[in-house]
Write a protein that binds this ligand. Structure first.
Ligand code: ATP
Ligand code: MG
Length: 332
């Protein structure tokens, strides 16, 4: 079986619809065909200002949500990144193979650091894509299901894998990004040209998996639409309606042209009402299962420990080879 790896940051109290459609739904589906490794990437979450107790809570909530959406601990390896020390270790080695200029071109760093200002921006945020490359390469992943915003980081991962292999001998699989186009970029409901994001969307612009039904419905009904009344997908002129059509199409598994004809002659309100219902139908069972899982923290932590054991076994093997190839003296 080909191997798949992906990660998600515990940077909020809930994952959102963009995470779900852009990545997590694929994580669940890929379990059927792939040997799957999924991690809650807490090392990445400390690249921006945070509170330690909040991080610990969010890490558990993140894991619970992943089990709740259908990641099966019997079939997949789900773990917390900091439980496997090799991530940080490999990141150091790869960092020494990454050019400063090369890292400086990462647009996500440029965006996030511009928002924070240079004095608040950590070196960790700058080297984040190198750590991400380590996450992937440690497990020899063939495919990495992510949203469009990760394409550039994936390209860097591929470059680093090839560079390492060329310099030190064949060691890493060169992974491919797996980015289904229809849901690759879900946008903010209030700002339909910006991506929906845990850290930068306003509460009104984001649909959280763990939101209550009332607020979810309200946010969908108040989503920014465009001038005119026609319900058609048109990225250029109607980014708001296009985003809603994309979301509804994915949730209802109905092609966009079918939706366009179904809603022809009706106002935006009709589409929004049905979309709100589809969102609730998807999110409610996830929220309920998450709450149940969080009620037994010991059981949840045990599942994560098992995942970490399985992940460590693979990571250790890769790292042993890396240490040897790069010329570190083996410990007697
Ligand atoms: P942050 O704002 O803290 O970076 P995020 O919302 O971008 O949070 P991540 O944990 O960075 O979430 O990313 C998890 C996964 O979700 C990644 O695969 C990412 O590509 C995907 N993703 C994030 N936002 C979207 C979106 N709006 N549309 C589609 N996929 C998305
Ligand atoms: Mg992100």
């Amino acid at each position: 079986r080909p191997r798949v790896l992906s990660g998600i940051q515990p940077t909020a109290d809930s994952f959102h619809l963009g995470n779900y459609l852009g990545a997590l739904r694929q994580w669940v589906a890929l379990q059927d065909t792939h040997d799957a490794f999924y991690c809650v990437v807490d090392l990445h979450a400390i690249t921006v200002p945070y509170d330690p107790e909040v991080l610990r809570r969010r890490t558990r909530v993140a894991a619970a949500q992943l089990f709740a959406i259908g990641i099966d601990p019997e079939r997949s390896t789900l773990f917390v990144q900091s439980h496997v020390r090799e991530h940080a270790e490999l990141a150091w080695v790869l960092g020494c193979l990454t050019g400063f200029g090369e890292a400086s071109r990462m647009t996500q760093f440029k965006d996030k650091s511009a928002k924070q200002g240079t004095s608040a921006t950590s070196v960790g945020l700058f080297t984040y894509p190198v750590l991400q490359a380590a996450d992937i390469l440690l497990y020899q992943a063939d495919q990495v299901p992510v949203g469009e915003d990760q394409r550039q980081h994936l390209e860097l991962t591929r470059t680093l894998a090839q560079r390492f292999n060329h310099r030190f001998g064949e060691t890493f699989v060169t992974p491919e990004a797996y980015i289904p186009e229809a849901t690759a970029k879900i946008t903010d409901l209030q700002e339909p040209t910006a991506k929906m994001s845990k850290s930068s969307s306003s509460p009104q612009g984001i649909l959280d998996l763990l939101d209550d039904p009332g607020p979810l419905r309200k946010k969908v009904m108040r989503a920014v639409t465009d001038t005119g009344t026609e319900i058609v997908a048109d990225e250029e002129n109607k980014p708001g309606v296009t985003n809603l059509l994309r979301i509804y199409s994915a949730l209802s598994e109905t092609p966009i042209p079918d939706l366009e004809s179904r809603y022809a002659g009706q106002g935006y309100g009709a589409l929004k009402k049905d979309l709100a219902q589809a969102v609730l139908d998807t999110f409610t069972p996830i929220r309920e299962r998450t709450e149940k899982l969080l009620a037994d923290e010991e059981q949840l932590d045990r599942l994560l420990a098992r995942g970490a054991d399985r992940a460590s076994a693979v990571a250790r093997q890769t790292m042993d080879a890396v240490r040897d190839r790069v010329g570190f003296l083996g410990r007697a």
